[in-house]
Design a protein around this ligand. Structure first.
Ligand SMILES: [Zn+2]
Ligand SMILES: [Zn+2]
Ligand SMILES: [Zn+2]
Length: 428
């Protein structure tokens, strides 16, 4: 039997074969690899350069183009980030600059860089609510239907083409139905209703009835074939403020992410008040609530495993609903455990933003908001009101990632008739 020798690292108890020792200079394999990594790391640190690609650039269009350009990963290069995010830059563009971005997107689509082209088009539609109807025929020609929401402002001729195409195009039917849902005009609503009454044969190959696609565009088809909106277009971001002192008015108008006094009957921890806002705020006043404030509470732990309903009493105080059904599976939670930090004070933006700002979760913006279209991470999921069975309206969402609290989004809903709120949670 060959005699094993101890590894040369002080404190390492491994022994190795002489053959290994010859290869590694007397160290065991794990120690040898650790040394190699240390050496590589030291080399990187010594030779890493800081590169600011934005230096000298003043034109916002040039800056955005650079942000969209693919960047090769190189451990020896440390890129300086631009002080503004993509979404902030898009919002700040003038109309003329936005047009230049649109032209650039069309150029990229023609040059076979569809991913970047569509990213730019989607950003223009989401962050600015830019009408890109003029570009849509190009997308149709190229057979690009994803993301479907960019079709929302399609002109009647293009809508009719889609209505025709959806009957025979098995490969793109899903996206075309979504596109039609986003168009959502009376002609589309009428067609969805016809499909409900007389389902065409191709509906057998769908996972859900055609009308369910409407939910992804923020509306539903009612029993009598009408469009009923489930979202509200006024959209205000919930954000962390960099201003040291936000006007007191903004702070009292809405508070977010505070710990409630009420306990969760399932895990024993405290509930979280996702939102406590003035019901007369423009983003909520359309609900016509009789109370002064609207509070949405959930359990940040149990709420990840099912819908949590809260019933609002005469004063608007949330009470754990008798309709809540404990999920079949709930892991053990330490009731003291909370992701919400006491010092965190998100505020409501003073100016509204595009209703579609966060509607594409994949574009990676800050999603937290009151109003607007939800950022579905998974399927569109509007809970039914347990009192009247109607789908509840979306009133806002809180994305943990926006506040560095982890990941996942809590979506908030209300049935204003029955004074009931609900939360749904999704994560990737
Ligand atoms: Zn060792
Ligand atoms: Zn709980
Ligand atoms: Zn109801």
């Amino acid at each position: 039997m060959t005699e094993r020798i101890p590894c040369k690292t002080e404190g390492c108890r491994a022994t190795i074969l002489p053959a290994t020792a010859a290869k590694t200079g007397g160290f065991c394999m794990p120690c040898h690899q650790w040394q190699a990594r240390q050496k590589e790391q030291a080399y990187i640190e010594q030779h890493r350069r800081t590169v600011n690609l934005y230096e000298g650039l003043t034109d916002r269009v040039d800056i955005l183009k650079l942000m969209h350009a693919p960047r090769r990963y190189d451990p020896l290069i440390q890129y300086v980030p631009y002080p503004l995010s993509k979404e902030e830059l898009y919002v700040s563009l003038t109309g003329e600059e936005a047009n230049r971005m649109l032209e650039y997107a069309v150029e990229l689509l023609g040059a076979d860089d569809q991913d970047t082209g569509m990213d730019i088009l989607s950003s223009l539609v989401c962050y600015r609510n830019e009408n890109i109807a003029g570009c849509l025929p190009i997308l149709l020609e190229l057979g690009v239907y994803d993301p479907a929401m960019v079709f929302k402002d399609a002109l009647p001729e293009l809508r009719d083409l889609l209505l025709e195409q959806v009957e025979g195009d098995d490969g793109n039917r899903n996206q075309i139905l979504l596109g039609l849902a986003w168009i959502g005009d009376p002609i589309v609503v009428g067609r969805f209703y016809e499909w409900r009454l007389n389902p065409p044969q191709w509906t057998e190959r769908l996972y859900v009835a055609p009308e369910i696609y409407a939910l992804y565009a923020g509306w539903e088809l009612t029993a009598d074939g009408e469009r009923r909106d489930l979202v509200h277009s006024l959209n205000y971001a919930i954000k962390l403020t960099d201003a040291p002192k936000e006007p007191a008015a903004a702070a009292s108008a809405a508070r977010f992410l505070t710990t409630s006094e009420t306990g969760c009957p399932w895990c024993g921890g405290k509930l979280t008040t996702l939102m406590d806002a003035d019901a007369s705020h423009p983003a909520l006043s359309y609900l016509g609530l009789p109370q002064e404030r609207l509070q949405v509470e959930t359990c940040e732990r149990c709420g990840c495993f099912g819908i949590i309903y809260m019933e609002l009493d005469g004063q608007g105080a949330p009470v754990w609903s008798r309709f809540n059904e404990e999920p079949d599976y709930l892991p053990f939670f330490d009731p003291e455990d909370s992701v919400v930090v006491p010092g965190l004070k998100p505020v409501l933006s003073s100016e509204p933003r595009s209703p579609y700002h966060a509607s594409l979760w994949t574009l990676a913006q800050k999603d937290s908001q009151i109003g607007g279209h939800p950022s579905w991470v998974q399927d569109a999921e509007y809970p039914d009101c347990p009192c009247c069975d109607k789908r509840m309206r979306f009133i806002g969402q809180v994305d943990w990632a926006d506040f560095n609290l982890g990941e996942g989004i809590f979506y908030m809903f209300i049935c204003p008739e029955d004074m009931l709120t609900a939360t749904v949670y999704q994560q990737s």
